[in-house]
Design a protein around this ligand. Sequence first.
Ligand code: NAD
Length: 486
Amino acid sequence: MIPNTIPNFIDGKMCNASEGATFIRCSPHSGDKLFDVSRSSSTDLTIAIAAAQKAKKAWGNTNPVVRGDMMRKIALRMKERKDEIAAIVAAETGKALIHALGETKAAIEMGMFVAGEGRRNYGKTTTASMDHRTVMTMRQPLGVAALIIASNTPIANVAWKAFPSMFCGNASIMKPSEDTPGSAWIFADICREVGLPDGVFNVVHGFGQEAGLPLIESEDIDLVSFTGSCNTGKVVNEIASRRLAKVCMELGGKNALVVCEDADVDNAIYWTLESAFSNAGQRCVAASRLIVQDSIYDTFKQKLIDATRSLSLGNTDKDFLGPMINAASASRIIEAVNQAVSEGATLLIGGIKADEKLLRNGNYIVPTILENVDVNASASKTELFGPVTCLHKVADFEEALLLVNNSDYGLSASIHTANLHRAMEFVRHVEAGVVVVNGGTHGSEPHMGFGGVKNSGTGWREAGVEALDVYSEIKYVNIITNPELI
Ligand code: NAD
């Protein structure tokens, strides 16, 4: 059962923030109070960092097979408590239970994938120009890792960082989003239950400036792994880089989905809805730009408006999309749409808060499509992180590709076409970390490296075996033998 006040988890114990400070978290669906949350400050961070520092040596020296086994234990216990986890995810995000359960299963799968690395954790051997010299690599922990995460898929966000960080031998301190503390709380509770050594995983709740900043400023943090917006990421990156800490940034996107004249339009509509509006558009890979060739533009537009109108909002398993994570985000979206319209955009559908009686107290935004948005206007260039997409008309493939790449971001992109040659040209030239042909602008699975180019990140890939490169150092080992001493 989730406690009335969500505590921090430091040195293996659940504890209140210093002086018992708390803040209130309300349901994005109903506006009702969910729970109080520990409101941490630099005092709490100092304690958490000391606990991690104390734990890092023994944990880093633990056999990787044993660390992998511990990750498996956590994942298996998550599986046993999956309904409880999903209920917390659903409550604190407002999304339907079925979607929360899907996300929970993905988080468990990440644990199982990372656990398997305990039996791999490969290095390499290589040649050397000098005789009798054997060269190989081995992975070593970094020390203490700060894991700062966003709210949109909270238990997956926890798993994507916590499992590889701990597996690689780091003592870790997580700062979850202030909007979704419950998911990190239950993960910590499971770590405690299965006997993870004290101080190996710590959770400190609170706001970015109060509970995040002291982490990234600390000389005792060796890695800052951050998932969040580009604006916050730039601040975090700058501060951590001053002391040359290792920094991994997984940031936003302004992802484009292209529909060519030879596309299967119904398939493109299906994936457009999934990409633009699922999770209420609160996905780093959301398709917030739809780029459609002029010969099918009118057909696509009409089908899309009709399909969007039929989407149901709410938090039941029958609903397609839920609310925005908080009231401020909902207001921000409405303002951005109004601004786009004042700058000449046409509002095709949405742009308002949902008015149904059951949804009125929640942060629901009607799925929104804008047309005639200037390609350099804010609505087409800035990540809105909500159920809003811009429809752009282009003459041909070349113009489509130019427009896709006319972005400061480069996370995910998709093209719908029956032409293999065109698809492969797109794959080669699109500036994105993930590209999809005839599907959505979707993210990754646990075994797939995920990340973006340009302002979408700092070049690292999380998940997959690529995550091991984020969370460990690679040491080159040279062994020189003397044949005369055999
Ligand atoms: P945000 O940047 O506002 O906050 C992210 C985290 O940073 C939160 O925990 C917040 O408390 C913390 N934070 C804020 N200010 C801080 C500071 N000064 N110092 C330290 N920590 C600070 O982002 P958000 O609104 O919570 O999440 C949405 C963003 O996350 C979107 O841009 C989305 O694209 C991105 N995102 C990216 C990925 C990815 O893998 N690339 C995945 C999910 C979300």
